[in-house]
Design a protein around this ligand. Structure first.
Ligand code: SF4
Length: 65
């Protein structure tokens, strides 16, 4: 599993960072980004799904690898 964040959709709510700081970072404006292009560690997969479910802009997607 990998996560992808669409920066054009992101409106900077920082929900992803609040829920999964191991996977997401935010800049000073709250704009989110994915920390690593690598696969999500197995123990963080639930957190990745939580971030997807809680992004109000539907900016995060999960990609199976
Ligand atoms: S929760 Fe969604 S809108 Fe908010 S910072 Fe993360 S990706 Fe952007």
């Amino acid at each position: 599993m990998k996560v992808r964040l669409n920066a054009d959709k992101c409106q900077g709510h920082a929900r992803c960072y609040a829920l999964a700081p191991e996977l997401f970072d935010v800049d000073e404006y709250g704009q989110g980004s994915v920390r690593s292009a690598d696969s999500v560690p197995a123990d963080l997969e639930d957190r990745a799904r939580l971030a997807v479910a809680n992004c109000p802009e539907f900016a995060i997607e999960i990609i199976d690898d």
